[in-house]
Design a protein around this ligand. Structure first.
Ligand code: GLN
Length: 476
């Protein structure tokens, strides 16, 4: 069984002929079969992945291969891959087949990646535990009694269980970083607009970004280099040139300045073992010549409410397209147009999605628009100004990725507010639009992974990855 360490050593092994893509893919199929209990893949693209492996083996032999040759990648089940099903883990899109490729998929294929399957997630990416999927929960491979996090729980689980080399996720409020943290892998949420959203099933369009979950920071840098960049199909994608992240990785971090949020570190909800790992990380960074200082950010209480008002508003609008007429599921019990809408939506959407559509419709309704939606927009602006103010004095903001480690199934499912508070540290980056990463910083006394989060100035993914590589090294 080939043991994957990182992309560069995989590619060295493929080039020197000690392994072939076909062998790697076949071994992964076997492993996936053995790990079915995790429920991490909704579908394995057996045929297309085998064909890609054969074709890329030939390209490697002839030396005409791309940057990601032989890298086996899993897609979250909300990213379109032409001719393959995509469902956002919702019954409403069960059996829907993509008519075109997401831009990220085009870019991965152009660099000879192998796409192995689609991963389970919370329905329409709404959730923090992967308990909201219409296809059942995903188990955390590190401890199967605990959640893998959400909503990209399947993508984090397939990484932790070695069932692919890289996984893509989407992050609207933490859905890449929180599962990465819970499963002990690296997860990157790019700057808003850095990666095209074309072909991503929308949840909250002014927050959503696609990003990679990887074993190492270096792998994340390489994948980011491939997927980032302007796209004429997404007018919110930036035309700013993409930096050479893999080269920037080697830049010295000496003299850089990190702010940690005192309000996060002193928050009563922060698990003491998570706090200890963060304090150790701060000390080690200082040892690398980095200035680390605590700053005030007395707005933590506003993050989650602003996030949930705005994202549910956007979701209620985005999800109105699933009406039983245009896409996916149509209720067999409908008798006329109105009952087609009502019954298809009532039967097709799960509980959490319905809750959010109703909340979003409420905050946008004529009588409440100003009190909720407009107010939350103003709060978003304030949070952006305050965050960028810190980032004008410091290069990075450091927080824990999550208040605690992966929790047990059912722990937060009775109380949505409790579940929403899981996102307290991650939603800031999406509200503000800055890039963020979760890097593993060790485990707690029960061996559960802990992640540190770094946020950086817009489009400074390169610098963020460089310091993350140093932090990753602290535990090796
Ligand atoms: N847990 C958050 C939510 O439920 C974040 C989801 C996400 O980033 N897609 O909305």
């Amino acid at each position: 069984m080939y043991s994957f360490k990182n992309i560069s050593s995989l590619q060295a092994d493929l080039k020197n002929g000690s392994i072939t893509c076909t062998q790697v893919v076949n071994e992964l199929f076997e492993q996936i079969e053995k790990s079915k209990n995790l429920n991490a893949y909704i579908e394995v693209f057996t045929e297309s992945a085998k064909q890609q492996a054969l074709a890329i083996d030939a390209k490697i032999k002839s030396g005409t291969h791309g940057k990601l040759a032989g890298v086996v990648i899993a897609l979250k089940d909300n990213i379109a891959y032409k001719g393959h099903k995509v469902s956002a883990s919702s019954k409403i899109l069960e059996n829907f087949t993509s008519l075109y490729n997401a831009t990220v998929v085009e870019r991965l294929l152009a660099e000879d990646a192998i796409l192995i399957g689609r991963t389970n997630c919370d329905e329409f990416a709404m959730g923090s535990s992967n308990e909201n999927s219409a296809f059942g929960k995903v188990l955390n491979p590190v401890n199967t009694n605990t959640v893998p996090g959400g909503s990209s729980g399947g993508s984090a689980a397939v990484m932790a269980a070695n069932l692919c080399h890289v996984a893509l996720g989407s992050d609207t409020g933490g859905s890449i970083r929180q599962p990465a943290s819970f499963c002990g892998v690296v997860g990157v949420k790019p700057t808003y607009g850095r990666v095209s959203r074309w072909g991503l099933l929308a949840y909250a369009s002014s927050f959503d970004q696609i990003g990679p979950l990887t074993k190492t920071v270096e792998d994340a840098a390489l994948v980011m280099e491939v997927i980032a960049g302007n796209d004429e199909n997404d007018s919110t994608s930036s035309s700013k040139e993409v930096s050479k992240y893999t080269t920037q990785l080697n830049d010295s971090i000496k003299g850089t300045k990190v702010a940690y949020l005192k309000d996060c570190m002193e928050s009563s909800g922060l698990n003491p073992e998570v706090k200890t790992r963060m304090e150790e990380t701060i000390e080690k960074l200082k040892g690398e010549g980095v200035t680390v200082e605590g700053v005030d950010f007395p707005y933590l209480d506003y993050l989650v409410p602003a996030y949930y008002v705005l994202t549910t508003a956007e979701a209620s609008s985005n999800l109105s397209r699933y009406d039983g007429v245009h896409y996916g599921y149509r209720s067999p019990n409908a008798t006329d147009l109105e009952s087609t809408y009502k019954k298809s939506r009532a039967e097709g959407f799960g509980k959490e999605v319905k809750r959010r559509i109703m909340l979003g419709t409420f905050v946008l309704s004529a009588g409440y628009y100003d009190a909720y939606y407009s107010k939350a927009q103003k709060v978003r602006r304030l949070l952006r100004d305050k965050t960028l103010e810190i980032l004008s004095k410091y290069d990075f903001i450091l927080t824990p990725s999550t208040p605690s480690v992966a929790f047990e199934f059912g722990k937060n499912s009775k109380d949505p507010i409790q579940m929403y508070l899981e996102d307290i540290f991650t939603v800031q980056a999406n509200l503000v639009g800055v890039p963020a990463i979760s890097v593993p910083v060790g485990v707690n006394s029960a061996n559960m992974p802990i992640g540190a989060q770094l946020m950086a100035k817009p489009f400074e993914e390169g610098k963020m990855l460089a310091i993350s590589k140093v932090i990753e090294g602290f535990n090796k």
